[in-house]
Design a protein around this ligand. Structure first.
Ligand code: IFM
Length: 451
C-alpha cells in the first residue's frame, strides 16, 4: 500500500467518550456515587468547581447524539459503562435501571448501524469500593470480574468489542502517585500496588469474558514515545525509566509476563516483589490492544521529578495544545511501530487521539471553525496510514472525543470534541473537524491526500 492510498477495507472509523465525562445524571435511576462524583464535589479538585452532574447530558440526549454519529458516518462508538450505575455499591445487587440505559444506547447504535465498543472501566470506581480500599484492596480483581460478568450477560448480544480498562497508567499515576485525579492519593508506596491490582483486575475480566462473553476483549493503554534529549548517559537512562514507567509497566506483564527492571530503580523500596502466579495471570491472552496517543516526550534527567526523574524538554518550535501537549503526529507512527516491534503482530486500534484547542464557549455560526484540530486529525491519520503501509495490523481509529466534555480536573475548559457543546444550553454544533472526519470516513482515508 502506498502512503496516499485508502485504509484497508473494513477499517473501523469511530469516536470515543467516557461515562463520567459526558453522561450527567450520575445518581439517576438508583445509581450509586463514583469516586469521580465525590472528587468533583470536593472543593478545589476540579477547575472552576465543574462537576459531571450535567456534563453533556448524554444520559438523556443519547438518541440525538447517536443521530449525530450517523450523520458523520461513524462505524463505531466507543463509550464506557459506569460501574456504579450497574452495581450502586460496586458489589451486590444489580440495578437493572442503570443497565437499561446501556441497553437502550446499544440498541440505538445498532439501529443506526454503528458498532458499540464498550469499556468496563474508565476511571469511575464506585465510591463504596473506594471506602473498602479501592484499587489498593486485593479483592478488587474479584469485584471487577463480577461486575464484568453482569455487563457481558446483559449487553453481550449488542456489544462485540469490549475493553477491560482504559489507561491503567493514568489510574495509578494520577489517582495514587500524584493525587491529581480521583481518588486523589499521592504515594509512591501505593502506586505500584494499584498498578498490580489493575493488571489483575484486567486479567480477571478477560477470564470472565472467556466464560461469559461474546466477541473480542482487549486492554487500552496510553503510549508516549520517550526520546532522550541528548546522548548523555543520564538522559538516556531517564528516557528508559520514563518508558518503563509509562509504556512498559502495563504491556510487559500482559505480553511478556514480566515487569520492566527499571521500575525497581524508579520505586526503590516501594517496589513490591511479584508473585509469579500473579504474573502468569496477568498474561491472559487478549484479542486486541487499544492505543491512546496524544503526544511524545523529549526526556532529560530531572532528579527533582520524584520518583521517575523524568524532565520534559519543551519543543519550542512545535505547536502545543491547550493542555500543553506537543503536537507530534510522527509519535503516533512510532508508538504503533514500537508495539509491533516489541510485542509482535497484535491487532491494534487507535482508541483515542485528539487535541484540546481553544474553541469559544458558544458557537456563533452554523459550524465552529477549528483549523488546528483539522490539521491535527489529518496529520495523525496520515501517520496511522503510514503505520498500516509498514505492516502494522491497525484495524480502526477512534477520535477523542465525539463531544466537548468534562476534561477531568481541567473541567469543561479544555475542549477535545469534534462536536462543540455549549455547556450553558447543551446545544451541539459540528466543528469543521467533524466535517473533515466525515470526509475521511466516506473516502476511507483518500480525502487525506498523500503524505
Ligand atoms: O479525556 C481523556 C480521556 O478520558 C482519557 N484519555 C485522555 C483524554 C484527554 O486527556
Amino acid at each position: 500500500m502506498t502512503a496516499d492510498a485508502t485504509f484497508p477495507d473494513g477499517f473501523l472509523w469511530g469516536a470515543a467518550t467516557s461515562a463520567y465525562q459526558v453522561e450527567g445524571s450520575p445518581l439517576a435511576d438508583g445509581a450509586g456515587p463514583s469516586i469521580w462524583h465525590r472528587f468533583a464535589h470536593t472543593p478545589g479538585r476540579v477547575a472552576d468547581g465543574d462537576t459531571g452532574d450535567v456534563a453533556c447530558d448524554h444520559y438523556r440526549r443519547f438518541r440525538d447524539d447517536v443521530a449525530l454519529m450517523k450523520e458523520l458516518g461513524l462505524g463505531a462508538y466507543r463509550f464506557s459503562i459506569s460501574w456504579s450505575r450497574v452495581l450502586p455499591s460496586g458489589t451486590g445487587p444489580v440495578n437493572e435501571k442503570g443497565l437499561d440505559f446501556y441497553r437502550r444506547l446499544v440498541a440505538a447504535l445498532r439501529e443506526a448501524g454503528i458498532r458499540p465498543m464498550a469499556t468496563l472501566y474508565h476511571w469511575d470506581l464506585p465510591a463504596a469500593l473506594d471506602d473498602r480500599g479501592g484499587w489498593l484492596n486485593p479483592d478488587v480483581a474479584g469485584w471487577f470480574s463480577d461486575y464484568a460478568r453482569v455487563a457481558f450477560r446483559a449487553l453481550g448480544d449488542g456489544v462485540d468489542l469490549w475493553t477491560t480498562l482504559n489507561e491503567p497508567w493514568v489510574v495509578a499515576d494520577g489517582g495514587y502517585l500524584h493525587g491529581v485525579l480521583a481518588p486523589g492519593h499521592a504515594s509512591p508506596w501505593e502506586a505500584p500496588i494499584a498498578a498490580r491490582n489493575l493488571l489483575l483486575a484486567h486479567a480477571a475480566g478477560v477470564e470472565a469474558f472467556r466464560a461469559d462473553g461474546k466477541g473480542e476483549i482487549g486492554l487500552v493503554v496510553n503510549l508516549e514515545p520517550k526520546t532522550p534529549a541528548s546522548a548523555r548517559p543520564e538522559d538516556v537512562a531517564a528516557a528508559r525509566r520514563a518508558d518503563a514507567y509509562m509504556n512498559r509497566q502495563y504491556l510487559d506483564p500482559v505480553f511478556l509476563g514480566s515487569f520492566p527492571e527499571e521500575l525497581r530503580d524508579v520505586f526503590g523500596e516501594a517496589w513490591p516483589e511479584t508473585d509469579p502466579r500473579d504474573l502468569a495471570r496477568m498474561r491472559a491472552p487478549i484479542d486486541y490492544l487499544g492505543v491512546n496517543y496524544y503526544t511524545r516526550a523529549v526526556v532529560t534527567d530531572e532528579p527533582r521529578a520524584f520518583p521517575v526523574r523524568e524532565g520534559r524538554v519543551p519543543q519550542r518550535q512545535a505547536t502545543h495544545t491547550e493542555t500543553g501537549w506537543e503536537v507530534c503526529a510522527d509519535g503516533l507512527y512510532q508508538a504503533l511501530a514500537w508495539v509491533k516491534a516489541r510485542y509482535g503482530d497484535v491487532p491494534l486500534y487507535v482508541t483515542e487521539n485528539g487535541a484540546a484547542f481553544y474553541d469559544p464557549p458558544a458557537a456563533t455560526g452554523p459550524e465552529v471553525e477549528d483549523p488546528l484540530r483539522v490539521a491535527y486529525l489529518r496529520d495523525h491519520l496520515r501517520a496511522a496510514r503510514r503505520a498500516v503501509a509498514d505492516g502494522v495490523d491497525l484495524r480502526g481509529y477512534f477520535a477523542w472525543s465525539l463531544l466537548d466534555n468534562l476534561e477531568w480536573s481541567h473541567g469543561f475548559r479544555k475542549r477535545f470534541g469534534l462536536v462543540h457543546v455549549n455547556f450553558a444550553t447543551l446545544e451541539r454544533t459540528l466543528k469543521s473537524s467533524a466535517r473533515a472526519y466525515a470526509d475521511v470516513i466516506r473516502t476511507n482515508g483518500a480525502s487525506l491526500g498523500p503524505g
